[in-house]
Design a protein around this ligand. Structure first.
Ligand code: MG
Length: 388
């Protein structure tokens, strides 16, 4: 028997990280979690340490590291901060790095994992949105393999098995439409945080749930698909599919179309990425046609959901424009969650940032960090002046 695949989970206390540990717990002969990381949720990380006995963990700051060290004892290495994440992402005793941090913070450790030649199971879409050019160049130059965890991209990746990528005519990304699919745009200014966090089909973290409510999540996924599959923006289409059963589709040059279906549960794409190219058997819930009855599809309302066309625009602008889109969105979403910005102002803030930006090529990580920092600073400043 071969030894288990060793896995570093960057972001093990988040929604994807917790699902990944459930998957790993179901296959002890196949997978072993060797490094975990948490930002703030130290209590959950302590539980994960006791249950999974990793070799090491990463926590965000020295105080939390000290608190953890006194309660878990020896035998578990405790690393700290951004440096600790880079360390865990590049360790020799790691086969697979599951990149499930939220937002721009995922870029640097993911790049490190790619440079170290790891299998990278990518759940952090912002990494490709911001640094797609840099990451893909590094993937092509080295031994790393990028496997998508995002359900839509996992679906496309599964549809492409055994196919020649040059025969792709169109990628069709499905979107649930979020909680405001049937809410009129005139109601958008009064949408509350609780309403926006109430997603109809997926249980996820706060940032991605707000992104799903604005459809920015789908916009980010269009950019992610562009980099993962090398398909130009005009061949990537978004279709609303409220049941979230068809996870995405690929149309080929002969007019034939393949779709991947499954219940909406992130454990499915996580398992596919961790076990690839094998497909282990599970006892997960199956699609039941007695209760399912219908699958519906229709085009998105891009006048109502302005974030989706903004993402296409950033992709067409190219260069650093998607990094600006992402930074402005991260700031706007956090401000909305903090009660400092209305739901309807989110696309306004992002459009303003794109309008002010002249795209250039980002050749280094430092370029991207500067653009990200400048956009965040500018977005907060512009909003502060609007609010006073
Ligand atoms: Mg997705």
């Amino acid at each position: 028997m071969t030894s288990p695949r060793t896995i570093a989970i960057l972001g093990s206390t988040g929604s994807i990280g917790r699902s990944a540990l459930e998957v790993i717990a179901g296959f002890p002969d196949r997978f072993r979690a060797v490094y975990l990381s948490a930002n703030r949720n130290i209590d959950l990380l302590r539980d994960q340490i006791n249950r999974f006995r990793p070799k090491g963990v990463v926590v965000s700051d020295p105080e939390r590291a000290a608190a953890l060290r006194s309660s878990v004892g020896h035998g578990v290495e405790i690393m700290c901060g951004a440096e600790g994440l880079l360390e865990a992402a590049g360790r020799d005793d790691v086969d697979v790095v599951l990149s499930s941090l939220v937002g721009f913070a995922g870029l640097k450790p993911t790049l490190r994992a790619v440079e170290a030649g790891k299998v990278v199971a990518l759940a952090n879409k912002e990494t490709l949105v911001v640094g797609g050019e840099l990451i893909m160049k590094s993937v092509r130059a080295g031994r790393a393999r990028l496997l998508p965890v995002d359900s839509e991209h996992s679906a496309i990746f599964q549809c492409l098995q055994g196919e020649d990528p040059r025969t792709i005519e169109r990628l069709v990304l499905t979107a649930s439409g979020g909680p405001f699919l049937k809410v009129g745009k005139e109601k958008f200014p009064g949408i509350t945080v609780a309403e926006a966090l109430n997603h109809p089909t997926w249980r996820m973290g706060n940032k991605i749930t707000i992104d799903s409510a604005t459809l920015m999540n789908k916009g980010l996924e269009v950019i992610e698909a562009f980099w993962l599959f090398g398909v130009p923006p005009e061949k990537i289409q978004v279709v609303i599919h409220p049941q979230s059963i068809v996870h995405s589709m690929v149309e080929f040059v002969d007019g034939s179309m393949k779709a991947q279906l499954g219940i909406p549960d992130m454990k499915l794409p996580i398992l596919y990425a961790l076990a690839y190219p094998e497909r282990p058997a599970t006892a997960s819930r199956r699609i039941d046609f007695e209760t399912l009855r219908e699958l519906t599809f229709y085009p998105p309302d891009t006048e109502k959901f302005e974030c989706l066309p903004l993402a296409f625009r950033a992709l067409q602008m190219g260069g650093t424009a998607p990094a600006v889109l992402n930074a402005a969105n991260e700031v706007a979403v956090q401000m909305f969650l903090d009660g400092e910005l209305s739901f309807s102002a989110i696309p306004f803030v992002i459009r303003d940032a794109l309008n002010a930006h002249t795209p250039m090529h980002a050749f280094t990580l430092a370029d991207l960090e500067r653009i990200d920092g400048d956009t965040r600073e500018r977005t907060r400043r512009v909003q502060a002046t609007l609010l006073t």
